[in-house]
Design a protein around this ligand. Structure first.
Ligand code: NAD
Length: 433
C-alpha cells in the first residue's frame, strides 16, 4: 500500500519505518528541513533502539522515502497518517494547529480517494474537525479514522511491531477493510485489532495515559506513606503487584512522570472535562501529586547537604525522562538541575543518550561528562534520575574512591539500602526505611 506519514518525530518516524518494513511504500514528510536532510542521509535524529537499521534498510530497498513536500506526499498515497505534535496550549488544552494545518494541505491535494488517519494524540472531536477542514477543499471521496498510538519511547519499534492491541476508530466498512489489511502483519499472533467508533478511540488514548499516570502518582504517595511508617515500598510493590487484579507494571515510585505524553495528556483531558462540565478531580490530584513529586529530588539533596549548596558538587546520573531515550521533555532532571544551580551548587551530569538535548536546556551552566564515573569526581552527592541499565550494578568501590562525600540520592530505587549502608554510603531513596 502507498502510505504517507506526516510528521516525522518519535511517533511518525517509527510508524513510517515499521510500515515500510512490512512491505508498504512509505513516504515520511516533515516541515523540519534539517531533520529530513539527516534522514535522507540515514542519520537518525532521535535515540530509539532498533530504529536505525529499519530506516537504513528500508530506504535502501526503496520502500521508505523522506520529503519536506507534504502536499506531494499526500498525492502519492492512499493512506495518510497525521503524526504531528499536539503540544499543550497555554490553558493546558491540546494545540491542534499542526494537525489542522496538515488537514488543510491534505484537502488541497486530494487527487484520489484516501483514508486519513489521526495518529497524533488528539481530544475527542478532532477527527470531525479534520473532516470539516478537508471536506470544503475537495470533491474526492475520503474517510477519516482515529488510530491512537500506544508505543513507548525507548521500546517504540518493538511496541509498534508487536502491539498489545491496535485501536482504530472508523466511520465506514471501507476504512475498516483498508486498515485491517495494513495492520494484518502486526497482529498475526492474535493480539487484537479493536475497531470502534471514532470518539471512543480518541478517548481510549487519553484514558490509557490517565490510568498509567494515576498508578504512578498513587505509588508515589504510597512511597511517601511508607517512609513515615517504617515500611518498604519495594516490598509493598511486590505484595500488591502479584495480585492479578493489580499486576506488576507501573508500580515503581520515582521522581514523577515526565516525557512528552503523560503530563500534557493529563492536562488536556482535564481541560476537556472542564469544557464538557465533568470535573475530573481524581486526575487533578494525580497532577498535583506529580508536580510535588518532581521537586522531591531537590528536597532530598537539600536535606543531605543540610541546606548548604555553595561549594558543593552534585553528580547527576541520567537526564532523559526515562531510560532508552534521548527525550528530555518534562524530565524530572530539569527542575532538579535548575534548583541546584539556583541554590549555588555545581552540577556534573552523565546520560548515555540525552546530552545533546540537555545542552539545549542548560547550555554551559553544567558540565557534561563522558561516563558515569567521570561525573562522580569530587562529588558531594550523587542523584540518580534515570533508570539506565548501566546504573543498576555499578562499581561501588570505584564510586567511593571518586566521591568527596558518599551520599547517594536514588530517584529510581535501584539499590539495596542495606548494601549501600554496609559499603559506607548514606543512601536516600523513595519509600525505603
Ligand atoms: P515530535 O515533536 O517528536 O514530532 C512531531 C513532528 O511533526 C516534528 O518533527 C515536527 O517538525 C512535525 N510537524 C509539525 N508540524 C508539521 C506540519 N504542519 N507538517 C509536517 N510536519 C509537521 O512529536 P511525537 O513525540 O512524535 O508526537 C507526535 C504525536 O504523537 C503527539 O500527538 C503525541 O502526543 C503522540 N504520541 C507520542 C508518543 C511518544 O511517545 N512520543 C506516543 C504516543 C503518541
Amino acid at each position: 500500500m502507498n502510505v504517507a506519514v506526516i510528521g516525522t518525530g518519535y511517533v511518525g518516524l517509527v510508524v513510517g519505518a515499521c510500515l515500510a518494513e512490512t512491505g508498504n511504500s512509505v513516504i515520511c514528510a516533515d516541515v523540519d528541513e534539517e531533520k529530513i536532510k539527516k534522514l535522507k542521509a540515514n542519520r537518525i535524529p532521535i535515540h530509539e533502539p532498533g530504529l536505525e537499521p529499519l530506516v537504513i534498510e528500508n530506504q535502501a530497498a526503496g520502500r521508505l522515502a523522506f520529503t519536506t513536500d507534504v502536499g506531494a506526499a499526500v498525492e502519492m498515497s492512499e493512506i495518510v497518517f497525521i503524526a504531528v505534535g499536539t503540544p499543550p496550549d497555554e490553558d493546558g488544552s491540546a494545540d491542534l494547529q499542526h494537525v489542522l494545518d496538515v488537514a488543510e494541505t491534505i484537502g488541497d491535494h486530494m487527487n484520489t480517494p484516501k483514508v486519513i488517519v489521526t495518529k497524533s494524540t488528539v481530544p475527542v472531536g478532532t477527527a470531525e474537525k479534520v473532516r470539516a477542514t478537508i471536506a470544503p477543499r475537495t470533491g474526492v471521496e475520503f474517510h477519516v479514522c482515529s488510530n491512537p498510538e500506544f508505543l513507548k519511547e525507548g521500546a517504540a519499534v518493538e511496541d509498534f511491531m508487536k502491539p498489545d492491541r491496535v485501536v482504530v476508530g472508523v466511520d465506514s466498512q471501507e476504512a475498516t477493510d483498508i486498515l485491517t489489511e495494513l495492520y494484518g502483519p502486526f497482529v498475526r499472533t492474535g493480539n487484537p485489532l479493536i475497531f470502534m467508533d471514532i470518539p471512543s478511540a480518541e478517548v481510549t488514548k487519553y484514558a490509557a495515559n490517565a490510568m498509567l499516570a494515576t498508578r504512578i502518582s498513587f505509588m508515589n504517595q504510597i512511597a511517601e506513606f511508607c517512609e513515615k511508617v517504617g515500611a518498604d515500598v519495594n516490598l509493598v510493590r511486590k505484595g500488591i503487584g502479584s495480585d492479578n487484579r493489580i499486576g506488576p507494571a507501573f508500580l515503581f515510585p520515582g521522581p514523577g512522570y515526565g516525557g512528552s505524553c503523560f503530563p500534557k495528556d493529563v492536562r488536556a483531558l482535564l481541560k476537556t472535562g472542564e469544557e464538557v462540565g465533568v470535573p475530573l478531580d481524581l486526575l487533578q490530584s494525580v497532577e498535583s501529586v506529580n508536580d510535588r513529586q518532581k521537586l522531591k529530588l531537590l528536597e532530598m539533596v537539600s536535606n543531605a547537604l543540610a541546606g548548604e549548596f555553595s561549594q558543593k558538587l552534585v553528580a547527576v546520573w541520567g537526564l532523559a525522562f526515562k531510560a532508552e531515550t534521548d527525550d528530555m521533555r518534562e524530565s524530572p532532571a530539569i527542575p532538579l538541575i535548575q534548583g541546584l544551580l539556583k541554590a549555588g551548587a555545581s552540577v556534573r551530569a552523565y546520560d548515555p543518550a540525552a546530552t545533546e538535548n540537555a545542552k539545549k536546556i542548560f547550555g554551559d551552566r553544567i558540565e557534561y561528562c563522558p561516563s558515569e564515573y567521570d561525573a562522580l569526581k569530587g562529588a558531594d552527592v550523587l542523584v540518580i534520575v534515570t533508570e539506565w541499565r548501566a546504573f543498576r550494578n555499578p562499581d561501588f568501590g570505584k564510586m567511593k574512591e571518586l566521591m568527596r562525600q558518599h551520599v547517594v540520592v536514588d530517584g529510581r530505587n535501584l539499590y539495596k539500602p542495606a548494601k549501600l549502608i554496609d559499603l559506607g554510603f548514606r543512601y536516600i531513596a523513595f519509600g525505603r526505611p
